[in-house]
Write a protein that binds this ligand. Structure first.
Ligand code: GDP
Length: 359
């Protein structure tokens, strides 16, 4: 990241550490380096390689994760340089691991499998060079032929998966159309991972959704019924969280998961207002929403974690100055009543008369 400033790099590494934690790894340290351009062989410079190598020995490190995507060659060279059983991976592989661990529905599992295969495709060389080495270089030509065969098999599997995914989506849509003939409005929570979406869901519904200081606590859309004291109700759906640096290869899988929201009555954008990059995160979410064809759907923004900011009064004044923002703390419960009232107010405007839904 030679063009970004140190702050952005450190934020990105912090997110990477959170991702690693989510994947079940214990993070012992992180480091970065500013280069005019990445080293084509090892991504980082030789001095940095040596520095990491000694850290590997000192802390008995098993995995080294790079924040950027590494080329198959860089991966191989780094593994060789670090030696032993040290696993080298990049952000994409790490996120795929997490997706894999968390995929609960058939559709999500298919999406993850597809993304994993597409990730593997250009990296097949690695596996076969290993084999070549084992065979003492005798199967050089064969290895190359085998790569082609393997790539063909993988491409066929990718095609099969894509078809299956299409059919699953079609069925989901049918199911959804049926569900939506019931006049209960659906409210979707969108926003960055760790913004507090599942905490909010829990607070409002008593639902037992995962809520921990982890990324992707809710990969699959989770829907809960919220009943208001005045008898009105709505369905509240959590969506897969945004991350600061989503590898381009995972964008399709990520967006497919978000497509659900195009059928909701209201979008609630949950923001961790205590986050140093809150403004950038808001912009990034809004940019994706703008591309998702959901401009017709009413929106409400929630500034969460007001209990954590240094000057809550200033934040609250700023929220008042703008439109459609409610300040809350999903943790302490502050502002939740105002939030529910705002949701109801918004739903009133968008409510479809019951008769309109009866054929
Ligand atoms: P999600 O990824 O958007 O679903 O975020 P979570 O609901 O899992 O919350 C991420 C972390 O932020 C958890 O450790 C929560 O306890 C914490 N958190 C959520 N809401 C608040 C809040 O209002 N205040 C504070 N201080 N922490 C919160």
């Amino acid at each position: 990241g030679e063009t970004s400033d140190s702050f952005a790099i450190e934020e990105s590494l912090k997110e990477l550490a959170q991702l690693a934690d989510t994947a079940g790894l214990m993070v012992v340290g992180s480091t970065y380096q500013k280069l005019a351009s990445p080293n084509p062989r090892t991504y980082i410079g030789s001095g940095k390689v040596a520095e990491i190598k000694s850290a590997i020995r000192a802390f008995e490190v098993e995995t080294v994760i790079f924040d950027d995507e590494l080329s198959p060659g860089q991966l191989r060279n780094l593994e060789k340089a670090f030696g032993g059983d040290v696993r080298v991976c990049d952000r994409t592989a790490l996120i795929l691991d997490i997706f894999n661990q968390r995929a609960a529905t058939h559709e999500a599992a298919l999406q993850v499998a597809l993304a994993q295969m597409e990730y593997q495709l250009p990296r097949l060389t690695k596996m076969w060079t290993h084999l070549e080495r084992q065979a003492g270089g005798k199967v050089k030509g064969m290895g190359e032929k085998q790569i082609e065969v393997d790539k063909r098999i993988l491409r066929t599997q990718i095609g099969v998966l894509k078809k299956e995914l299409e059919s699953v989506r079609k069925h989901r849509k049918q199911y959804r159309n049926r569900r939506f003939s019931v006049p209960v409005p659906v409210v979707s929570l969108v926003g960055y991972t760790n913004a507090g979406k599942s905490t909010l869901l829990n607070q409002l519904t008593g639902a037992n959704v995962l809520s921990e200081d982890r990324l992707f606590a809710t990969l699959d859309p989770t829907t809960r019924r919220v009943q208001m004291k005045n008898g009105s109700e709505f369905l509240l759906t959590d969506t897969v969280g945004f991350i600061q640096k989503l590898p381009t290869t995972l964008v399709a899988a990520f967006r497919a998961t978000l497509e659900e929201i195009s059928e909701s009555s209201l979008l609630v954008h949950v923001v961790d207002i205590s986050h140093p990059l809150a403004e950038q995160q808001i912009d990034a979410v809004e940019k994706v929403l703008a591309e998702l064809d959901v401009s017709e759907i009413p929106k409400l923004m929630v500034w969460n974690k007001v209990d954590k900011v240094t000057d809550p009064e200033k934040i609250k004044l700023e929220a008042e100055r703008r439109e459609d923002i409610v300040c809350i703390s999903a943790l302490t419960g502050e502002g939740l009543l105002e939030f529910c009232n705002a949701v109801q107010e918004k739903l009133k405007d968008s409510m479809v008369p019951v008769e309109a839904l009866v054929p």
